[in-house]
Design a protein around this ligand. Structure first.
Ligand SMILES: C[S@@+](CC[C@H](N)C(=O)[O-])C[C@H]1O[C@@H](n2cnc3c(N)ncnc32)[C@H](O)[C@@H]1O
Length: 332
């Protein structure tokens, strides 16, 4: 995420104040406000959470199946061998809250260990958690599933039946890396408040590695990541009535070793003007919109960040090549 949650009005708080206004309208207003703020900033930027409309979520799943995108298969490999060890850290009968659940593919390995009695997939994408909830209810008939569509950087209400259950959390994938480090600390503190004291939070952490591997992962030969990045412009056209010509932008992604992050941009191929929500946005040729950062950590640097947020790292599992880590943290 490229913006601080501080100072923003959470959508659910806005809804409480304006019950007569449809939820979709409020969501569109927040989207429009974030897009205008990002496109009038210098340098231009857009928050990566807006990648995940229906098309973006489908494209992300396609990215995870490209040969270059190692994080998904590597983390799945770790979970396949370590799921029961990880699940043993959850209190029996716990509710497991997943932040950014997407297809809920990885969490199934933790659910198979049979330790939790409720699962709360939380995702900003309206389709994901609800569709998956139906499949999970079929595959795990004894599990209570409570899908939540929300922006997890803001406070959101947990379903009432969870009030008395002990809680555990999980945020797999590269999602934590999309935060600026200071925002990652703020997010971890926020998650700790939701999970309660002495709770376990399992975090997927993409590790620093050879730049060639990182650059390939975000520039797959089939061009799926490029489509995923450009879909943001199609989404802004579709939902906000803008007139971007996506063909006049190109995908760019590269690892910056000094900042230890992969940056993704949309590069304007020409000098142009675009109309967005009644504003004219000017682009110079080669000017970019910064659409995502994906920070890469070492096991030690992520542990230090977690400690800064009041968590104590209790266990770390990695793959043999050291590409990815799953870290279990305990809140203070
Ligand atoms: C990189 S994908 C990871 C998906 C899945 N957890 C995995 O490991 O494959 C990030 C997921 O987080 C969701 N997401 C991103 N930002 C979010 C936010 N601010 N609030 C809620 N969900 C968010 C996206 O919709 C997407 O499903």
């Amino acid at each position: 995420m490229s913006r601080s949650p501080a100072g923003r009005q959470p959508a659910d708080f806005a809804m409480a104040l304006q019950p007569a206004v449809a939820r979709d309208q409020i969501v569109d207003e927040v989207f429009a406000r974030d897009v205008i703020a990002g496109l009038t900033a210098r340098p231009k930027r857009l928050p990566p959470k807006y990648f995940y409309d229906e098309t973006g979520s489908r494209l992300f799943e396609e990215i995870t199946r490209t040969p270059e995108y190692y994080p998904t298969r590597t983390e799945l490999g770790i979970l396949q061998t370590r799921a029961s060890e990880i699940a043993r850290l959850f209190p029996p009968g716990a509710a497991l809250i997943e932040f950014g659940s997407g297809s809920s593919r990885k969490v199934r390995l933790l659910l198979d260990a049979g330790r939790v009695c409720a699962y709360v997939p939380v995702d900003i994408s309206a389709q994901g958690p609800k569709q998956e909830a139906a499949r999970l209810k079929r595959d795990y008939p004894r599990l209570a599933v409570f899908p939540v569509v929300a922006d997890f950087t803001h406070s959101f209400r947990l379903p009432r039946p969870l009030a008395r259950l002990p809680r555990a959390g999980v945020i797999p994938g590269t999602t934590i890396g999309n935060f600026e480090p200071a925002q990652a600390i703020a997010f971890l503190r926020h998650a700790a408040r939701m999970l309660g004291s002495a709770s376990v939070f399992v975090v997927g952490v993409d590790l620093v590695k050879d730049a060639a591997v990182l650059n390939a992962a975000y520039n797959d030969a089939a061009g799926i990541t490029a489509k995923f990045n450009l879909n943001l412009l199609y989404r802004i056209n579709r939902e906000l009535g803008a007139d971007f010509d996506p063909a006049s932008f190109s995908h760019q992604a590269f690892f910056d070793p000094e900042r230890s992050r992969v940056e993704m941009h949309l590069v304007s191929r020409v000098r142009q003007r675009v109309n967005v929500c009644g504003r004219v946005i000017e682009f110079r040729a080669a000017e970019t919109i910064h659409t995502e950062n994906s920070y890469k950590y070492t096991v030690e640097s992520f542990a230090a960040l977690a400690r800064n947020a009041g968590f104590e790292p209790i266990e770390t599992w990695t793959d043999p090549a050291g590409y990815f880590a799953v870290q279990a943290l305990r809140s203070g």
